[in-house]
Design a protein around this ligand. Structure first.
Ligand SMILES: Nc1nc2c(c(=O)[nH]1)N=C([C@H](O)[C@H](O)COP(=O)(O)OP(=O)(O)OP(=O)(O)O)CN2
Ligand SMILES: [Zn+2]
Length: 140
């Protein structure tokens, strides 16, 4: 059987959010030693850049892998409305007991989007916490 070519489409979004990195099982000293400025008890913020990559075959009728409008609306509903201008530790239930590192934020974003995407589409998340620091999930 001929394999149809697979194509990736990308949608870029952004959100602003505050967070504090710490481990509640550690002393203040240990948290300060490991997380430094990111452990500020009064929180600090980032302008997160989110890139959602969706991979699949091209629908011959539309020429689309998936309608970008659909992708945009999905990210808005599942991520931006819940994360933008929020304190991730306090306002987002998923981080009540999970350190909101870039790695964990990417993982939560993946899980939220994965449940709403068709199973024949592959998903990858790239999240920029700063211009120089970014993570990807899944790794491969
Ligand atoms: N593996 C990770 N390391 C770090 C994370 C993370 O999520 N995963 N997060 C942080 C902090 O959130 C910190 O606030 C990052 O900001 P900052 O140090 O300002 O970022 P830069 O490295 O881009 O700034 P420089 O000016 O280059 O120091 C830390 N580590
Ligand atoms: Zn930070």
């Amino acid at each position: 059987m001929i394999e149809l070519p697979r194509v990736s489409v990308f949608r870029k979004e952004h959100f602003n959010a505050a967070h504090r990195l710490f481990n509640p099982n550690w002393s203040d000293e240990k948290n300060q030693e490991v997380f430094g400025l990111c452990n500020n008890p009064n929180y600090h913020g980032h302008n997160y850049e989110l890139i959602v990559q969706i991979t699949g075959t091209i629908n011959p009728e539309t020429g689309y892998v998936i309608d970008m409008k659909e992708v945009s609306q999905l990210i808005q509903k599942e991520i931006i409305q819940k994360f933008d201008h929020k304190n991730l530790n306090l306002d987002v239930p998923e981080f009540a007991h999970l350190n909101p590192t870039a790695e964990n934020i990417a993982l939560i974003i993946y899980q939220k989007l994965r449940t709403t995407l068709a199973t024949n589409l592959d998903l990858k998340i790239r999240l920029y916490e700063t211009e120089r620091n970014f993570v990807e999930f899944p790794a491969h």
